[in-house]
Design a protein around this ligand. Structure first.
Ligand SMILES: Nc1ncnc2c1ncn2[C@@H]1O[C@H](COP(=O)(O)OP(=O)(O)OP(=O)(O)O)[C@@H](O)[C@H]1O
Length: 221
């Protein structure tokens, strides 16, 4: 379970205060995969980062009673001077997993050939995104956090391998995905919410959330 209790978070820009959440309380129950719609700059990344603990609230509490992933796309845990192989083995030890398993899993998904033994800093953007997703999929979490959809990979074979494994994982795990694009959310989410005006408003369906989202973006309120 992920619970936000009276959470406030804002940033001072020098002239105004950018409010992301204002005394916001909500629970994301296991099994209730959630799609959060929000305009760019509303605070999607900040919200996801608070869920996993990369960022702290100014006030209130975030309670985590499950294994929560780092956000997909977060590369803070990957050492760019080390190879994919070395990173896999190091991360496996951090998570008390078998380094041989994590290495062979990522080797299979990424299919980088000799680049698997080259420093990550030599990889293209797409390769880095694929490696980051492979690492995430090699670890077991109860909640998978996805910021702005899946990596932009044009490698169809990779997408098929990774997509199949992600769908298998989601049979027993919950996904929280934030995006400004409802089509991305549709693929994964059962419930929906809209982030804006310092709060997260929950809806039973993505269609209901989209109606409010479109309405507010049309400038009606
Ligand atoms: N450390 C910080 N100091 C000041 N302002 C910040 C800081 N971090 C984020 N912000 C501001 O807070 C707002 C929300 O940022 P955040 O990155 O969470 O939004 P986002 O919805 O993920 O944006 P995008 O879709 O453009 O990536 C933005 O206006 C951003 O400029």
């Amino acid at each position: 379970m992920i619970e936000f209790q009276n959470v406030s978070k804002s940033f001072w820009t020098g002239q105004t205060r950018k409010v992301i959440l204002d005394k916001s309380s909500f629970v994301i129950e296991p099994g209730q995969s959630l799609g959060i719609l929000a305009e760019n700059g509303t605070g999607k990344t900040t919200l996801i980062n608070m869920m996993c603990g990369i960022e702290k609230p100014d006030e209130g509490k975030v309670i985590r009673r499950s294994r929560i992933s780092f956000p997909l796309g977060f590369s803070g845990g990957i050492a760019p001077k080390q190879s994919a192989q070395e990173n896999c083995r190091y991360i496996a030890r951090l998570y008390a997993l078998d380094p041989d398993y994590v290495e062979s899993f990522c080797r299979y998904i990424c299919d980088f050939d000799a680049y698997f033994e080259m420093p990550v800093s030599t990889y293209s953007r797409g390769m880095r995104a694929r490696f980051s997703l492979a690492i995430l999929l090699s670890l077991d979490f109860d909640y998978y956090l996805i910021d702005e959809g899946m990596p932009n990979s044009t490698d169809a074979a990779f997408n098929a391998r990774a997509g199949e494994i992600l769908m298998q994982k989601l049979q027993n795990a919950t996904v929280v995905i934030v995006s400004h694009n409802e089509r991305i959310l549709e693929k994964f989410a059962h419930k929906a919410a809209v982030l804006g005006d310092g709060r997260l408003q929950f809806f039973d369906s993505l269609a209901d959330a989209k109606e409010i989202y479109d309405y507010s973006n049309a400038g009606y309120f």
